[in-house]
Ligand binder design. Sequence first.
Ligand code: ADP
Length: 558
Amino acid sequence: MTGPRPEASPAHDQFLLRHRLPDRSRLWILVYLVVSAALVATFLVARRFTEARFGDFHALTSTAAALAVMVGILTLVRHHSRPNNHLLLIGAGLIGAGILDGYHAWITSSYFVELFPSVPESLAAWSWTTSRLFLSVMLLASWAAGRREAKLGAAGLIEARSIYDDVALLAVVCLGFFIFVPLPPAYQPGWPVHRPQALGIAIVFLLSLVAYLRDGRWRRSPFASWFVLALVVSVLTDALFVAFSAGPSDLMSGVAHGLKIVAYGCILVGVVASTYHLYRSVEETSLELEASNRVLEAEIERRKLAQAELEQAERKVREYAERLKSSNAELEQFAYAASHDLQEPLRVIAGYTRLLASRYEGRLDGQADRFIEYTVSGVERMQKLIQDLLTYSRVETHGKPFERVDSMRAFEWARTNLQAAIEESGASITGEGLPELVAEPTQLGQLFQNLLSNAIKYRSEEAPEVHVRAERTDGAWHFSVADNGIGIPSEDRDRVFEMFRRLDTAGDRDGTGIGLSVCRRIVERHGGRIWVESGPDRGSTFHFTIPDPEPARPDEAP
Ligand code: ADP
């Protein structure tokens, strides 16, 4: 047997299991044909023994009744594991037929025969017919109800309770019928077919057989294959053995009783086989589930590990950042202390070198005068460098709290400080729309002063023209300082803000390369950003932003 292949089946279809079984239609067609041929052969043989007589078939009918009820219950149990119209009607049909078969056994027994108005022969034949009619109709109905469910889905499901009620009602009505209604003769001895009503029942069974054969589930579903076999047996039982039985105790009738048990037995085997496959598929599913659980657990474990590694890495990054922060602070402190402490000895050296220059200039030889001049200018440069470094480190270490400040005043302050350079260069420096905002006043003044002094220092041939303006952007003030100086090549625009960075274009102009670093540090301390737009020979425009959440008022502009 090939192993079951996983394939989804419609949720409502309980004939087919979750794990589809292999197609066994060839085998089953052979079985159906062989069984049919055997029954036809048995019928032909039995026709020769018309005289053979048996006592009664109480044992067979009781067995059939018990078997039908048992198979019916098993089918319903299977149905209740996942409600489904086919199995509900087949199960209920079998239980109903079992009850009617029970009547068939009881009412012909010598204990009860007195109770009924009809002769035992008629009682036996009609109670058999009732049971068969009921079963055949229920089986045909089970197919129709199954189709309805396939079309409508869950909405097409029949409620089990209503079917049980109908079966119980039928049992009572039948009993009453047999007790109160005198029955007509069941056998037509003069006719070629002695019990024509059996042909009608055979036709109903045949309709179910054709319907179930056409829907094809018998090819794979063990229950459906056995069920179709039961239908084959039932059709031939009624069409041949019952229809041609000439009396309640002849050979035909005996075979029919036996075949009824065989048909019930087929359904029983079908239920058992289907239950077996169900268990197997449950077992396989749970194994699959266990395996996928294991994979899932391993995946969870892996993710936990990755998470832990990530957390550890994050912790390390935080630690490094912390260390960097504290070593930066230490470095800043060191730079401040070093530049601060260097100032004093430098002042002494500068003082004495200047004294040396003023006292001995022209009194020593020409070379000594040049040496003294170099020393004086070197010391002055060093003083400027130390001064600028100190300014740089003070931005953070000596930063004062922010306050509401008029940027126009800061601009004016810077311009006043640069008065000498402005006059000397003939510069025109103008400011427009400079607002009130929250900042540190001294640092804002320092920022303007650095940018304005650069604009004058890096002037072109023309007299410097510098224009400072501000405009409101989203949540910040955007300042710009535009000059008509020598400009900055595009590849250097970011580098000019680096510490000690001086461009070649600066030529012989004095400077330490710290001024713009101070500007950037001040702007960043205020939470803003600084950048420059420029091109050689077309001036530079320095932009910086200072966040200021307060909305601009028209009267804020000076
Ligand atoms: P410094 O002026 O002391 O050299 P800065 O940090 O103020 O240092 O400036 C860095 C460099 O940026 C300068 O050396 C100069 O080459 C260039 N620079 C700054 N401002 C301007 C400007 N307005 N126009 C052209 N170049 C400038």
